[in-house]
Design a protein around this ligand. Sequence first.
Ligand SMILES: *[C@@H]1O[C@H](CO)[C@@H](O)[C@H](O)[C@H]1NC(C)=O
Ligand SMILES: CC(=O)N[C@H]1CO[C@H](CO)[C@@H](O)[C@@H]1O
Length: 245
Amino acid sequence: LPEMVDLVNRYKPDLIWSDGEWEAPDTYWNSTEFLPWLYNDSPVKDQIMVNDRWGKGNPCNHGGYLTCQDKYKPATLPKRKWEMCTTLDKKAWGYCTSLSLLFLSSVQELIEVVSFGGNYLINIGPTRDGIIPPIFEERLHSVGSWLSINGEGIYASNPWRVQMEKNTTTKSAAYAFFTSWPQNGVVQLNSPIPTESTKVTMLGIPKLLKWSESSVGKDLIIALPEFSPNIANMKIWVLKLQDVH
Ligand SMILES: *[C@@H]1O[C@H](CO)[C@@H](O)[C@H](O)[C@H]1NC(C)=O
Ligand SMILES: CC(=O)N[C@H]1CO[C@H](CO)[C@@H](O)[C@@H]1O
């Protein structure tokens, strides 16, 4: 408890990610003393955020936001803010010399998590002397360069009414993410309902795309640009749909 109080007073964190709670109840860990102090009297009481691992039985029940178990991914839209915490090395949270099961890209998982209203935490293990190996650096940079073009559909977005077509929405637009370029150059979406003022663009490309509504099934049919742009070397493109229901 004194160490936790010291950490907070000294470093004034925005977020505390507690772990290892399963060994004992929250009363044993003194979480029941620490958390009230943190939220009521600490120097970070107005901005602090915590996860849900503060004692046996807490995860998925109590907490600032829910992490449940590692690599947790809900099947339906959760009522509360949640987080998927996962690793770039499929097998390890710490640095492991074999690195044999490295994920090629995290962007697809990122958009799935965000479409369900989650936060995405990617763990990488630094080496024993504190270095982030270049292979991890490359993976993180590639997520960053994809976000520099497509982040508009990720940051400050809220889950849309439909998740399976992987849409998120801000106040003014819905975003549709797709991961394979259709051979006929046409994307067909059956959830968004267009209006007379609907505008469709692809993030990273300035011009408006042509769209129409199919007579059968009322699908929104969108003509993609003639060539598939190589957006940040990643085969995940984002359509921005303005004025759809
Ligand atoms: C909880 O706080 C008490 C009183 O400060 C202390 O004796 C005990 O070691 C703390 N428990 C843990 C697990 O840190
Ligand atoms: C989880 C969720 O919202 N699923 C919905 C996704 O969209 C399909 C079809 O539009 C619905 O049937 C699902 O319920």
